[in-house]
Write a protein that binds this ligand. Structure first.
Ligand SMILES: C[S@@+](CC[C@H](N)C(=O)[O-])C[C@H]1O[C@@H](n2cnc3c(N)ncnc32)[C@H](O)[C@@H]1O
Length: 209
């Protein structure tokens, strides 16, 4: 039972899921604010947050893009519901739209977003290389893909948080892994910024053509 509870953030469900999404909205705030300080959002940007969890990042980005639109995608019904509730005013006026679905079968059409974000979620993506193709597809040419993780894995030496990585089956990436996967998926200008062992953010531009 406790094991099931520990694995719940992969796809929050039931009462445990509601607990986790509230905890994530609160507990991820410092990481999220640090990450967003490295992302240049323009007032009119059309943004998609993949793995939107409890929806706090959707709310933050709505403030940063007052003339734009922020969409959320999550494969958990609890997350979709929580994000819609938290951002209900923006949903009502059409400034936010939250959909249920997987990163592997992104429900949005091609070339629609200026920015796609992924906070604390790529650890769980079924096939990172293939899923990046879906991110690339929904981004406009020249659009930004932005990743923010709590695990900054060094190129050499001991990787942090190995107990949790193994226990929860998380996928983690070094800076050169990020560069390789993103370049192969059609992204350029890959920028990796780490801070200690506990923070990393990555930005990359969808190549034109
Ligand atoms: C640790 S939570 C992070 C939530 C939020 N981004 C945050 O920073 O607080 C991971 C989120 O990714 C979502 N997720 C995991 N795999 C997914 C997939 N294949 N497709 C869509 N969402 C996924 C989970 O449902 C969960 O909401």
């Amino acid at each position: 039972m406790f094991e099931k509870f520990l694995h719940n953030p992969r796809k929050p469900q039931g009462a445990g899921g509601w607990f986790w999404v509230s905890l994530m909205n609160w507990g991820h705030e410092p990481l999220s604010r640090w990450g967003l300080s490295h992302l240049a959002i323009k007032p009119g940007d059309h943004i998609l947050d993949i793995g939107c969890g409890g929806g706090r990042n959707v709310a933050r980005m709505l403030k940063r893009a007052p003339e734009g639109r922020v969409c959320g995608l999550d494969h958990s019904e609890v997350c979709v519901e929580k994000t819609r509730r938290l951002n209900r005013r923006a949903v009502r006026v059409g400034r936010a739209e939250i959909r249920l679905g997987s990163v592997s079968e992104n429900p949005w059409p091609d070339n629609g977003f200026d920015v796609v974000t992924a906070f604390e979620t790529i650890y769980f993506w079924p096939n990172f290389a293939k899923d990046l193709g879906e991110v690339r597809r929904v981004l406009k040419p020249g659009g930004i893909f932005f990743i923010c993780n709590a695990m900054n894995v060094p190129e050499e030496g001991e990787a942090p948080y190995q107990f949790w990585v193994k226990k929860l089956g998380l996928k983690t990436f070094t800076p050169s892994d990020f560069r390789k996967y993103l370049t192969e998926a059609g992204f350029g200008e890959v920028n990796v910024t780490g801070e200690g062992k506990g923070r990393v953010c990555v930005s990359a531009l969808a190549k034109k053509g």
